[in-house]
Write a protein that binds this ligand. Structure first.
Ligand code: F6R
Length: 260
């Protein structure tokens, strides 16, 4: 696992954006279409701003890029102001030359009897695209990746899940009121995420320090689904100093113990 610690989320996001740009260019030279898994939430906003800037000012093209978002709130249609479909269009897709048919976000407004089919089709679409080259992740305070809350196994696939009360409480800032926060979501599984060829997880701020330490220094367990990333061969962490503080202190301690 590679740890990249930066002073600010902007510096970290710019570094990851350069990595994404070089993936896009490498694929172009190889005649392949890059497949990128995307996250929503506050964490990737600076990354998306930088990708938009690179497109506008440096001519970085997304015409060949295929994207798959991690998740969507259950019950929200695409045009709902808080849907992740809308979030992604407002913050990224509307400002790029990405082709609409290459954008994938799980559908939140499906009938209960269509859920299994929708999830299977989402998995099939990822497989048809050749699998995910780079999966971008944030991390929730529960240790979730996507909306794989504690108790989600390493082999889970795209499915309908119940959101943890901590996750719903964190979403009040977006929805204004707890009663407006959906109780369920569609999410790709931990197994789906772990099949990505490489993974970049971002976390900012002191409020993420405890979960970052648990996920990357603690035991690998479904109590903290992000800990499954410890077993993936190509994971990079992009952290700002406050988010990395406990992890860095824990690494130092482990290093001392192993020297003694
Ligand atoms: C969102 C997602 C979630 C978020 C996580 C952190 O698509 O998959 O796992 O990455 O909840 O959210 P923020 O970035 O708002 O702290």
């Amino acid at each position: 696992m590679d740890f990249h610690i930066f002073q600010t989320p902007e510096e970290a996001s710019h570094s990851l954006a350069r990595g994404i740009a070089s993936l896009i260019k490498r694929c172009e030279v190889a005649g392949k279409r890059p497949v990128i898994g995307l996250a929503t939430g506050r964490t990737p906003l600076a990354l998306y701003r930088e990708l938009v800037r690179m497109h506008r000012e440096e001519g970085l093209s997304f015409r060949n890029v295929i994207t798959f978002n991690l998740d969507e709130y259950h019950g929200l249609g695409r045009e709902h102001p808080k849907s992740y479909w809308r979030f992604m269009h407002e913050n990224l897709f509307d400002h790029l030359d990405i082709l609409p048919e290459n954008i994938h976000v799980p559908r939140g407004d499906i009938e209960p009897e269509d859920t299994v089919r929708e999830c299977q089709e989402y998995e099939a679409a990822i497989a048809d695209a050749g699998g995910i080259d780079l999966q971008i992740l944030g991390i929730g305070r529960t240790g979730h990746i996507g909306f794989n809350e504690p108790g989600s196994g390493a082999h889970t696939r795209t499915r309908l899940v119940e959101l943890d009360p901590v996750t719903r409480a964190d979403a009040v800032a977006d929805f204004g009121d707890l009663s407006a926060v959906p109780e369920m979501a569609l999410t790709v599984g931990c197994g789906t995420i772990l099949e990505a060829r490489s993974i970049a997880l971002m976390a900012w701020g002191a409020s993420k320090a405890t979960v970052v330490e648990k996920a990357f220094l603690g035991p690998v367990s479904d109590d903290v689904p992000a800990s499954f990333l410890q077993d993936h061969p190509s994971v990079s962490l992009y952290l700002d100093e406050p988010a990395a503080e406990l992890l860095a202190a824990g690494c130092e301690e482990k290093h001392h113990l192993s020297k003694d």
